[in-house]
Design a binder for this molecule. Structure first.
Ligand SMILES: [Zn+2]
Length: 168
């Protein structure tokens, strides 16, 4: 099983690099399988590559039916409407907090075949997608949390020398 990278590990604060799918499809296919396995094993609904040790722009979500992999995922547009939802993160164990994010997002990503896809997501999957893209940009949900529901006392440890927005 791929081990989880836990905050404040510096890998979680790096901006991940784009993936050239054609350069290593076979290797990527087996890595995505490992990511699916890890996501299910650790009981996550989404997982970004930096959380399992690779600073690549790749993430997976446990979408209904079968999990999906998103290569070089982008957010093109966001809804004006925002919603506050409780979030947690496998890399920030035992902390839960309220995060405000757009309700809907227009996304673009590549499949393992290198096909470019575009879609609007809403509900849970809009939320997970935004959380995982944040990971690829070195951002954790605790940076954006205004109110912690559980584990507030652990947050400073996970932030390391990064200052929390919630202090302001
Ligand atoms: Zn996370």
């Amino acid at each position: 099983m791929l081990p989880l990278v836990i905050a404040p590990h510096p890998l979680l604060r790096q901006v991940a690099v784009p993936i050239d799918i054609s350069a290593g499809r076979l290797k990527l296919r087996s890595f995505v399988k490992e990511m699916y396995k890890a996501m299910l094993h650790y009981d996550g609904i989404g997982l970004a590559a930096p959380q399992v040790g690779q600073s690549w722009r790749l993430m997976v979500m446990n979408t209904p039916g079968q999990p999906m992999a998103y290569f070089n995922p982008e957010i093109l547009k966001t809804s004006w409407r925002k919603i506050i939802i409780e979030e947690g993160c496998l890399s920030v164990p035992d902390v839960y907090g309220l995060v405000k994010r757009p309700t809907r997002v227009q996304v673009r990503y590549q499949t393992i075949e290198g096909e470019l896809k575009q879609a609007w997501l809403d509900g849970l999957w809009a939320r997970v997608y935004q959380h995982e893209v944040d990971h690829l940009n070195g951002v954790l949900f605790i940076d954006k949390t205004k109110k912690f529901i559980k584990g507030a006392e652990l947050v400073e440890k996970y932030l390391g020398n990064k200052k929390s927005n919630s202090l302001f």
